[in-house]
Design a protein around this ligand. Sequence first.
Ligand code: NAD
Length: 499
Amino acid sequence: MKEIHHWIDGKEYKGTSGRFSDVYNPATGEVQARLSLITKAEMDDAIARAAKAQIAWGATNPQRRARVMMAFVGLINRDMDKLAEALSSEHGKTFPDAKGDIQRGLEVIEFCIGAPHLLKGEFTDSAGPGIDMYSMRQPLGVVAGITPFNFPAMIPLWKMGPALSAGNAMILKPSERDPSVPLMLAKLLQEAGLPDGVLQVVNGDKESVDAILDSEVIQAVGFVGSTPIAQYIYERAAATGKRAQCFGGAKNHMIIMPDADLDQAADALVGAGYGAAGERCMAISVAVPVGEKTADALIEKLIPRIEKLKVGPWTAGNDIDYGPVVTKAAKENILRLVQSGVDQGADLVVDGRDFNLQGYEDGFFVGPHLFDRVTPDMDIYKTEIFGPVLSTVRAATYEDAIKLALDHEYGNGTAIYTRDGDTARDFANRINIGMVGINVPIPVPLAYHTFGGWKKSGFGDLNQHGPDAFRFYTRTKTVTARWPSGIKEGGEFNFKAMD
Ligand code: NAD
């Protein structure tokens, strides 16, 4: 059985815990590797080594650090297919989708080549007589990234790019479900010129996460995962005075106005609802057509599109629409929620419960499901299902539709389909959700903007990537300086206005 270990001080480290977790091939249901899980003592040691390595890295000029990112971009492109294969085989997503996962992370590394500009600080000449004032952005020291299974390339890259190019060392704790790609990325960073010890990839479960949270050395934690864990990490990180940005789950609504192009809306819903088997934090999981006529017409357009979806393993070719979900437990949870929807009175108009893929009977495949006449009190509406299940909630008016999204506890992404600029503008202004699409179903901002949800989808006050990431991974020091002519006049004992 293949074993997967850790990456510490620029080489593979096997670990001594004797504890392992299984890494599956979700398409066949077979265990394809054992992942070794780190102990608290080993984690503390990896952190101490990172702290040592950070001193020289933090003192390296920003342009040299940026050149490492530049070389990294070239190496990721060189190994794109190899990375995508490893990603698909552990996660299950299709090969083109795996490349998209890597590409959206790569774009953040490209953005980080401009880090020197973002680290420049501010300067005021003659803030007072003979006084200059300047602010510097300095690295925090050692920071941590804790990442989810559903984007095993993109989210680690979103964490490591800004943190490292700002001069920090990073402890990356990837998901135990699909750990290979983060390890491959760490090796590529070494090849790109990153000094050993500056990025430690440490695999583990709750024990390793708690060691990160309780460490007095680690200064910041960037987390992405489910909401209960995000909230737990935010609270426990704060107890030791760390910065934390913790991004959680989602229930993204798409509102379809009566004037929308319904073919466009239906195509968008199918891609955004079922792509990656619905295992995206920006997936649309709730469709809200406004008016009975819109709802009837939309359902009629959705059904044939959903029934045509091709579900299969990534090895079956690039025309597969989506692959298996990540684990057997995930599959069972999705089917349990589907059953609850039926029991609580929703109309299951496309029923994927009996889906079976010949030759892959033990794989974690879930057929596509479409619910109509879902109501806000149902579990399928309140819960993040994270599977290929789209719920339709019929709204009588635009105000009823926006109220649903406003009142939902999650606030990651949302979209509106309309031809009316005034409605779209009102929606974008009033909605309490972090990322909004206007006739765009999955509005994931590009690398130079920032990504982050509101309400229970995000804890903390700065977003991922874009300029916010550099604010998160640096702290500001402000210097007020007066040179000899001021000192000649003797000491000052009172606060002085800068007049
Ligand atoms: P998860 O919360 O189970 O795991 C995320 C990370 O936390 C993993 O590294 C895992 O090892 C660790 N972890 C799990 N249980 C823990 C515990 N009890 N204590 C400490 N650490 C623990 O999430 P997941 O299933 O890997 O990912 C799917 C979730 O992530 C979904 O809810 C999805 O919406 C969310 N997500 C959010 C965003 C976003 O930007 N908002 C992006 C991607 C995924």
